[in-house]
Every structure is written in C-alpha cells, then in structure tokens.
Design a protein around this ligand. Structure first.
Ligand SMILES: C[S@@+](CC[C@H](N)C(=O)[O-])C[C@H]1O[C@@H](n2cnc3c(N)ncnc32)[C@H](O)[C@@H]1O
Length: 238
C-alpha cells in the first residue's frame, strides 16, 4: 500500500503561562477549530455556566476554557474518553504509547475487530486509548458506525499519525476537570440551564444533498424533525 509522507513538522501547542492551552484530542466530523474566530467573535462578554450539549471534538470548549461547564454528547464512547482523560490521563498515555509502537495495517484492523467485538467490557483507559488510536489512524479521522453500532472506517494513509501526544492529553485533562460531563440526549443535558448561562448548540449537520448525509456519529440519526425541535428548544431557552 502506498503511504503518503506527511510532514514531520509538529505545531507547538498554544501556551498561556507555563501550561499549554488545550486543543481537541480527536478529529471529529463537524469540528469547529477552523471556525473559532467566527465563534469567538459572537460569544457573550460574560456568562455563568458554559453548556455544550453536542460536544464532539470540543473545539470551542477547549479554546474558551470556561471555569464552569456542562458538556454532553449522545456518543457513549466519546463521553467515556473525556471522563477517562480527566481522571487518568497517565494510563491513557501509557496505552497510546503501546499503540504507537505497534501501529501498522495489521494492528489497526485487529484493534478495529476487537473494538467491535466487546469494547464496552474493557477497562476505561483501554477503551479511551483505543478510541483515540482508531480515530487518529482511520481514514480522514472519520468516526462512523453502522446501524449495529460497529465502527467501520478503513485505515488512513498517514506516514506518522500523532497517536500519542502526552502534553495535549494532559492539557485536555486539566481543562476537562472543570467541566461536568453528561451522556445522553441534548434536551436532558440542558434541562437545568438558567438565565445567565451560555448554551452553544452545534448539532450534526442537516445534509445539503441526499448523498451528503453524514449523520452517523452514533447508531441513531439526527434528521430534519430533530433539527426543527432543536431550533424550537434553542429559541425557547433564550
Ligand atoms: C457537529 S458535531 C459537534 C462538533 C463539535 N462542536 C466540535 O467542535 O467538534 C455533533 C455532535 O452531536 C452528537 N449528537 C448527535 N445527536 C445527538 C443528540 N440527540 N444529543 C446529543 N448529542 C448528539 C454527535 O455524537 C456529535 O458528536
């Protein structure tokens, strides 16, 4: 298999004082890193709690680094990842170093198979590390599951994917420690929001064409009816 040589240049993490600012630790379809200037320009000057009920890669959360936050996603594996990185980044880093040492096509497909066999029974750090490993090495960083919930993305063509970046995981762990993590539907996640809180809704995209229909972060779907309900919920919480 031909592998495209990626540049070896590593972008240093942005830094405030002695600690690097956290940035997303996974690639995520719909991630907002490139749109951050637009989002930051629209942020209120101050707020009580920061709510992000469709957290995905958490680009805005990591950039804002709020003192009090409620983060949620319906994807159980994603929420487990953030919870584990918060509590035990060191174990996740240790396992990721092993994945990095073993990484090749055979290891990728073996891990994908094991993940689909029984990852819900694994210790949290194994599960979190496998999620990051598959996400960083799969085609286009696409986390896509089929209707049965099986992760079905082929290996990506990277010469040197950033499988284990300890400083990034430690920075994310510090930022996440200030957040309350929830798993489930966005409606339950924002039910206790109060006047003065800031709610940032970034749901799955409404497909613009019948073929551009990536809505499969989890085995459920987020269709036009859900988009309308969300619009109603967002305007009613103003
Ligand atoms: C566009 S992504 C969010 C991207 C994120 N803002 C970022 O910067 O990476 C949408 C997220 O919504 C989640 N999701 C889909 N349906 C949901 C629901 N009903 N409630 C909560 N989260 C949901 C998906 O798992 C996905 O992570």
């Amino acid at each position: 298999m031909a592998i495209r040589r990626a540049s070896k240049r590593v972008t240093p993490l942005p830094q405030v004082g002695r600690d690097p600012i956290a940035t997303p630790i996974i690639k995520w379809v719909g991630g907002k890193t490139k749109l951050l200037p637009e989002l930051l320009a629209r942020l209120p000057d101050s707020f009580e709690r920061y709510y992000e009920p469709f957290i995905g890669g958490a680009a805005l959360f990591f950039r804002v680094a709020p003192e009090r936050a409620v983060l949620n996603d319906s994807n159980t594996d994603l929420v487990n990842l953030y919870a584990t990185v918060t509590k035990d980044a060191a174990s996740v880093i240790k396992r990721l170093a092993e994945h990095r040492a073993n990484h090749d096509e055979r290891h990728y497909y073996a891990m994908r198979q094991k993940w689909n066999d029984d990852h819900r029974d694994w210790p949290a750090a194994d599960r979190a590390a496998a999620f990051i490993y598959l996400n960083k090495t799969c085609f286009n960083g696409l986390w896509r599951v089929n209707r049965s919930g099986d992760f079905n993305v082929p290996i990506g063509r990277y010469a040197d994917p950033p499988i284990c970046v300890p400083e990034a995981l430690q920075a994310a762990s510090r930022a996440l420690a200030k957040a309350e993590l929830r798993q489930g539907d966005y409606r339950a996640a924002v039910a206790d929001a109060k006047r003065g809180d800031f709610l940032y809704f970034d749901p799955p995209y409404d497909p613009v064409t019948p073929t551009a229909n990536f809505t499969s972060y989890t085995a459920g779907a987020f269709g036009p009816e859900q988009q309308r309900e969300l619009a109603d919920a967002a305007t009613s919480t103003r």
